[in-house]
Design a protein around this ligand. Structure first.
Ligand SMILES: NC(=O)c1ccc[n+]([C@@H]2O[C@H](COP(=O)([O-])OP(=O)(O)OC[C@H]3O[C@@H](n4cnc5c(N)ncnc54)[C@H](O)[C@@H]3O)[C@@H](O)[C@H]2O)c1
Length: 315
């Protein structure tokens, strides 16, 4: 029996601790249990968050064990290998899988039945690893995917077009990483296509915008050593959609089963999110180039999975 008011965060480094803080401020859960292989770190983060909590809305925040995490409605997996400088996310596939798989196995052994939300990178492959290690239905395993990249796209276009980001509808699909695909054919500003809205203004350079969106994470990592606020906010947004059974549509990483001819790999498409996770995977009309690039993105992921020795059944 999951406790709908409890969230578990596995790995409380930069991403996990920032997510815990953001979840606390949003008051989505009344219980936040933190786990980390560095138990002293988890205790310290729980104590620090509890201090802040006294000035926010009350939640019980503590460093716990897998038995306590198993009761959670959502378990967020941020324990994973980190990248440095210009190192690609895919380059740490094997290292990250060796962290994610045992975490998920322990969680399942303790009886977890909720939704697994994976943020560890490379997030699409780690969601696949978590799916295999968990034995959960695919709908209950979600990677944060390109929700963050889509937010970066909207932010970048908004700045160029001088409108608010929420006036822009736009999706980045595929891998959360170098092979990601900006679905320009579906970008709308107040219902207008990008061309129609930009008529009479300086039109954004599509290639340049895609480069900026793709490289945003690298630039942040080069400057501060890690990223935290954007991904933590994406984690909060997905948790919120689940807990409130919103049935909203978010671009997140999910198991594909034939969409655009792609199967047996996790990557991002727009997903209908409800109380049990992914209720439906949507397949918006894409241009031929976008479809081709999406398939290429799936192949990139598949190759990395195999190269890390994970294709034949996982670590
Ligand atoms: N999906 C995204 O968009 C996105 C964005 C930013 C970071 N990330 C990824 O999130 C992960 C975490 O990044 P970070 O900056 O917080 O790293 P970090 O090193 O600060 O934190 C990782 C934490 O995991 C803990 N950990 C390691 N092995 C563990 C285990 N077996 N059990 C429990 N805890 C364990 C470590 O002690 C550490 O506290 C990385 O893989 C990173 O690439 C993903």
């Amino acid at each position: 029996m999951t406790r709908k008011e409890r969230v578990a965060i596995i790995g409380v480094g930069h991403v996990g601790a920032t997510s815990a803080y953001a979840l606390m401020l949003r008051a989505l859960f009344s219980e936040i249990v933190l786990l980390d292989s560095d138990a002293a770190l988890a205790r310290a983060e729980a104590a620090d968050l509890s201090d802040a909590n006294a000035m926010a809305r009350p939640a019980r925040i503590w460093s716990g064990d897998y038995a306590e995490a198993a009761d959670a409605r959502i378990a967020v997996v941020t324990a994973g290998a980190v990248t440095h400088g210009a190192q690609s996310r895919l380059s740490v596939t094997a290292e990250s899988a060796a962290i994610v798989a045992p975490c998920v196995e322990q969680l399942m052994l303790a009886g977890f039945r909720g939704v697994l939300l994976v943020a560890a990178n490379p997030v699409d492959l780690m969601a696949m690893v978590a799916y295999r290690a968990s034995g959960l239905p695919a709908s209950q395993v979600i990677g944060t995917g390109t929700l963050l990249d889509s937010s970066r796209l909207r932010q970048t276009l908004a700045a160029l077009l001088d409108v608010a980001p929420d006036a822009i509808e736009g999706l980045v699909l595929g891998e959360h990483g170098d092979s990601e695909v900006v679905a320009y054919s579906g970008v709308r500003v107040g219902g207008l296509t990008l061309e129609a809205f930009a008529a009479g203004r300086a039109a954004p350079d599509r290639g340049l915008v895609a480069d900026q969106v793709r490289d945003a994470g690298y630039r942040i990592v080069q400057g501060k050593g890690y990223t935290s606020f954007g991904i933590a906010t994406a984690i909060v947004r997905i948790c919120e959609a689940i807990v409130r059974n919103e049935r909203t549509v978010l671009p997140v990483s999910t198991l594909l089963r034939g969409e655009y001819g792609i199967s047996d790999i996790f990557m991002s498409l727009p997903c209908l999110i409800g109380i049990d996770g992914v209720a439906e995977v949507l397949t918006p009309a894409l241009s031929d180039d976008e479809t081709r690039d999406l398939r290429a993105s799936a192949e990139t992921l598949r190759r990395s999975f195999a190269a890390a020795g994970l294709a034949a059944g996982g670590p």
